[in-house]
Write a new protein. Structure first.
Lengths: 316, 361
């Protein structure tokens, strides 16, 4: 098991390194220069470029970039959005609302998705199932920012139950959550539907499996057999679906943060790309891939815990 | 179907001997094309301590019959009529809430495919003890001891270690032994084996069959043995019911079915058994089983039967009594029917079987 985790961790670091390299190269090769500000004295501009090694060839720039990260944990400085500030600090100042928004979306999506999927599977082909499956199709196919706008219109304008925008100066967590409720719901709809759809399919399949029949013929009640055999077995593949969910939430978060004016990393990333603040953009991209990779790692490890075939290394 | 009640009136001991009685059972399935009549009025008895085989090809309704006995028919099944008498109850009327007390504890079932019958992510030991813990409220220690004892009884080597392993660490034959151990965990008195060796390779087959015979003797079980393989039946069963298209077409003791088969379908089944001595081409049964949404009039087998009489196509044959225990539903058995002999190949084969004494009796 330890070998399995170490292997996964090594693969994760390698991937992260590749992502870092690729995003560095792509962003740096973009035409926009870091200093295109006509108000800055050309001499100072030259000095700044020299300090940030921008006057050197790309390979050398990359060397300094990696060296800075490995030896000092220095990802560079922001030059346009927060001039002179370390990008790490810029991101850190934005991380709270984003994490709150993304984690809470996932946290409410998982149980709701599981409940919806289970109900649909148990009521297979009945009206309840049809209604749930209908909603699932809508929630999966319509992007989260559409729901964000609709929710904003409905619940902050027509029936003003929630504030229109995120309130960064909220006095306490409850008030923060109140102003985050709409974006959280908008982001959670797609994951709820995805989990429900997967789980419904899995449950229906396991419910007709031979081992569930065996569980019943050995004397378990229908409920015992469903909970102890069908449910747990159906959750195994659901774990895999959680990886794309997290990336979907983070991707959706970029736009939804904009709609509700949440000062988070998503909005920050878009801003820095548009402004040409390269160091900040690269750092933002690294943050996103690090979070995704960490999720994959956690899912892989828990997979090993849930499914003995992976843990013990069997094939069938 | 044989009316065995006739001889039971004077002898209550024999009447008590019947542990399970299926009477005129009809089961259909709702399907897109209409109602599939899977079981069309079968009756048979299971006496205490005996093995009754139900033999037939795929789709003949044999599995549906035992699923009815176990109360595990799928949702689209309808029990049209008939009853399954067991322990003073009619199992077709027992509610789902009550049935789980019978399953496992009174009647155990061994599945066809041990590869898919075990939960892949649950430890073997837990799968055996689960029902002991939940249904019999045993303590963890007691249940574990009993499970290990059961695993030893079905000849799993090193049961203490195997107890904590997962199904994927077992071979097919070993998994079938586990399935048998699970079926025995509740101490049932009836064991239903639904093609228990079909998914296993031949060398493992015979060992599993031996095991079933062994536990039957040791635990005084009554066994219903479902198979499509008459060769397996010879060593297992006391009595045989041959099923075709949802009906029992011939019933008798194993000896009667093997040595003096009367229904052309039984002939066909016996002729299509491969053996080493027959020099001629192996006889296959021509055609395919009928569509059970519209079962044919008369004898369902008539259209595939080279010996069929005209009346076989038109009028359903009743059971003709050939001996106290031997009945066949074919007009060929009617006293006025033209004398039709079984195929010569089969005759030769039966003579060989008689000489070699291949039957268990």
């Amino acid at each position: 098991m330890l070998k399995y985790i170490l292997g996964r961790f090594g693969a994760m670091l390698l991937t992260l390194f590749l992502v870092m390299t690729l995003s560095f190269l792509i962003i740096r090769l973009m035409p926009m220069s870091l200093f295109e500000n006509p108000e800055v004295d050309p001499v100072i501009q030259k000095l700044l470029e020299a300090e940030m090694h921008l006057d050197k060839p790309m390979v050398v720039q990359y060397y300094y970039f990696v060296k800075g990260i490995v030896t000092e944990g220095d990802f560079g400085r922001s030059v346009k959005i927060r001039p002179g500030m370390e990008v790490f600090k810029v991101l850190a100042s934005k991380i709270r609302p984003t994490v709150l928004l993304n984690v809470l979306s996932l946290v409410i999506a998982i149980p709701l998705g599981i409940i919806a999927g289970t109900v649909a599977a148990l009521r297979n082909n009945k009206l309840t199932d049809t209604i749930i499956s209908f909603l699932v199709v809508i929630f999966i196919s319509v992007p989260s920012f559409v729901f964000a706008s609709l929710l904003q219109y409905a619940f902050t304008f027509l029936w003003p139950l929630f504030p229109t925008l995120y309130d960064p100066a909220a006095p306490n967590l409850a008030a923060t959550l109140h102003s985050l409720a709409m974006p959280i719901i908008a982001l959670a709809l797609n994951p709820i539907a995805t989990i429900a759809r997967y789980l419904r399919g899995e449950l229906i399949e396991t419910m007709s499996s031979e081992y569930l029949l065996l569980a019943r013929t050995k004397g378990l009640t229908r409920a015992q057999a469903t909970v102890r055999h069908a449910f747990r077995n159906s959750l195994v593949p659901i774990f895999n679906a959680i990886i794309p969910l997290i990336t979907a939430i983070m991707g959706g978060s970029m736009v939804v943060e904009k709609i509700f004016a949440v000062p988070g990393i998503g909005g920050q990333l878009i801003e820095s790309i548009l402004a040409g603040d390269h160091f900040l953009t690269v750092a933002g991209l690294i943050y996103y891939s690090a979070v995704s990779l960490a999720t994959i790692l956690i899912v892989d490890i828990s997979y090993g815990l849930i499914d003995p075939r992976i843990r013990v290394g069997g094939t069938k | 179907m044989p009316k065995q009640q006739n001889d039971t009136t004077g002898n209550s001991a024999i009447a008590n001997d019947i542990i399970l009685k299926v009477a005129d059972l009809r089961v259909s399935f709702r399907a897109y094309g209409g109602r599939v009549q899977a079981v069309r009025g079968i009756s048979f008895d299971l006496k205490r301590g005996e093995t009754v085989a139900i033999v037939g090809e795929s789709g003949s309704g044999k599995s549906v019959s035992v699923k009815t006995v176990m109360g595990i028919l799928p949702g689209n099944a309808i029990i049209e009529s008939g009853e399954v008498r067991y322990g003073g109850m009619d199992l077709t009327k027992v509610s789902e809430e009550k049935f789980h007390e019978i399953r496992g504890n009174r009647i155990g079932l061994i599945f066809q495919d041990p590869l898919s019958a075990l939960n892949p992510i649950m430890k073997i030991g837990k799968q055996i003890t689960e029902t002991l813990r939940l249904a019999k409220k045993m303590s963890g220690e007691e249940a574990r001891a009993k499970a290990i004892e059961l695993m030893a009884a079905v000849h799993i080597p090193d049961p203490q270690r195997r107890f904590n392993q997962y199904p994927f660490q077992f071979s097919g034959g070993m998994r079938q032994r586990i399935v048998i151990a699970i079926a025995l965990a509740g101490d049932p008195e009836i064991l239903i084996c639904d093609e228990p060796t079909t998914a296993l390779d031949v060398t493992v087959q015979s060992k599993i069959l031996e095991l079933i015979n062994e536990i039957k003797r040791e635990r005084h079980l009554s066994v219903i043995f479902i198979t499509h393989d008459l060769g397996v039946v010879a060593n297992m069963a006391d009595r045989v019911n041959v099923m075709y298209a949802g009906k029992i077409v011939e019933a008798g003791t194993t000896e009667e079915i093997f040595f003096s088969p009367a229904h052309p379908y039984t002939w066909a089944l016996l002729s299509s058994m491969p053996d080493l001595q027959t020099k001629e081409r192996l006889q296959a049964i021509p055609g395919a089983p009928p569509n059970m949404i519209y079962p044919p009039a008369g004898d369902a087998f008539a259209r595939r039967n080279p010996y069929a009489l005209k009346i076989d196509m038109e009028k359903e044959p009743p059971y003709f009594r050939l001996s106290d225990t031997h009945y066949a539903a074919t007009w060929l058995a009617h006293p006025k029917a033209p004398k039709v002999e079984m195929p010569a190949v089969l005759r030769a084969r039966i003579d060989r079987m008689k000489r070699s004494g291949m039957l268990n009796g």
